[in-house]
Each structure stands twice: as structure tokens, then as C-alpha cells.
Design a protein around this ligand. Structure first.
Ligand SMILES: O=c1ccn([C@H]2C[C@H](O)[C@@H](COP(=O)(O)OP(=O)(O)OP(=O)(O)O)O2)c(=O)[nH]1
Length: 190
């Protein structure tokens, strides 16, 4: 059976009012909702508020471009020159306080990787929940000439992910598996 799902057109927040209206908790505004036969009804806000701080006047607070976006873009706050083959730490002008149990992954934007010789050097970069320094992007110029990156360039994207910490128990024996120590192409390369 298909159940109607009422969703905020901006951000999937859902507190249903009347007359096809929904209160968006994230943006504190009333929006109109669509009804789709494939959607499930939700009554709770599935999105957490996360504190983020600008430490540069031109820093930009990240935004999800669409309801279904996994990531949000980070912008450069100044013009940067990266020398040939150099890896440079690029500032975003932002600090974040993630809830424990989450991490921020820094990932490349596919367009930048396809159309420029710039690469995120440590993909995915890890921003720990307890990190309070500036979020920075490690960018590698793979080319033999310097590259100038304009201020306001969308240099990488961030994805917030749930993580687990585990309790490591030291042992002399591990359980057997079919794979055993096979890896690195042990099942073939095609
Ligand atoms: O792309 C990145 C990667 C890391 N960081 C910040 C946030 C992260 O929490 C901290 C430490 O990163 P990581 O654990 O990857 O670095 P490390 O080399 O292990 O350093 P540390 O000894 O400080 O943990 O640096 C960024 O801003 N951008």
C-alpha cells in the first residue's frame, strides 16, 4: 500500500498544518507541500540542527542544493595560487560543532575533477566531531603550471555521515571466513 508523504519543498522537514501547508523547522517558514503516491508520510523532523560559525567575513554557510542532495559545497574565501604539483591547505572560513556520532567528510566535486587538474588530496577528508578549528580543504595541483583559484570557487563538497566507535578486544585468534586473507584482486580483476 502506498501512503502519502507530505514534505517541505525546501528541506524535507515535515510538520503538517492545513491546506497543503507544512512548517519548515529548518528555515522557520511555512511552505506548500506536494502529495505523491510514492511518498511515505513523515511527522517528525529528520534533520538535526548543527552549529556552524563564520570566521571570515566572506565565508558562506553551506546549503543543500536540492531535497535529495547528499552534500553541500564549500567555497574559497580568498584567491589562491597553487604551484605546480603543490598540495595546499585551502580555508573555508568556517568552524563547525558536529554532534558526537557524526563526521564531516570532505569529498571532491566531480565537475572540478573532470574539468580541472585540481584534486582533493586526502579524499575523503575527515572532520572529527570534536574538531573546532577551521574546516580546510587539501587541494593538489596535478599540473606542471601554477593554477589560480578565484575567490568564491566551490572547491569541494561536504557530506555528514553517521559513524560508530567500537571497543577493540585484543585476541590471538580470529574466526575463519571463506575469504580468509585473500584480497587485492584475489577474486579476479574483471
Ligand atoms: O580535509 C580535512 C581533513 C582534516 N581536517 C581537520 C578536521 C579534523 O578533525 C582534523 C584532523 O584531521 P585528521 O584526523 O585527518 O588528521 P591527522 O593527520 O590524523 O591529525 P590529528 O593528529 O590532528 O588528528 O583536521 C580538515 O579541516 N580538513
Amino acid at each position: 500500500m502506498k501512503i502519502p508523504y507530505y514534505y517541505c519543498v525546501n528541506c524535507a522537514q515535515a510538520e503538517i498544518l492545513t491546506n497543503h501547508k507544512v512548517y519548515c523547522k529548518l528555515k522557520s517558514q511555512v511552505n506548500t507541500y506536494d502529495v505523491g503516491i510514492n511518498y511515505q508520510k513523515v511527522t517528525e523532523c529528520p534533520v538535526y540542527n548543527v552549529r556552524i560559525k563564520k570566521i571570515h567575513p566572506d565565508a558562506q554557510i553551506p546549503q543543500y542544493a536540492t531535497n535529495g542532495s547528499s552534500g553541500f559545497d564549500f567555497y574559497t574565501v580568498e584567491e589562491i595560487v597553487i604551484q605546480p604539483k603543490e598540495t595546499k591547505l585551502i580555508k573555508t572560513g568556517l568552524q563547525i560543532a558536529l554532534p558526537i556520532g557524526y563526521e564531516l567528510q570532505i569529498r571532491p566535486r566531480s565537475g572540478l575533477s573532470l574539468k580541472t587538474p585540481l584534486r582533493v588530496a586526502n579524499t575523503p577528508g575527515t572532520v572529527d566531531a570534536d574538531y573546532r578549528g577551521e574546516i580546510c580543504i587539501l587541494v593538489w595541483n596535478t599540473e606542471d603550471k601554477p593554477i589560480t583559484i578565484e575567490k568564491g570557487t566551490r572547491i569541494a563538497q561536504g557530506v555528514i555521515c553517521k559513524i560508530e566507535q567500537v571497543n577493540f578486544i585484543e585476541t590471538d585468534e580470529l574466526d575463519d571466513t571463506d575469504r580468509g586473507d585473500g584480497g587485492f584482486g584475489s577474486t579476479g580483476v574483471k
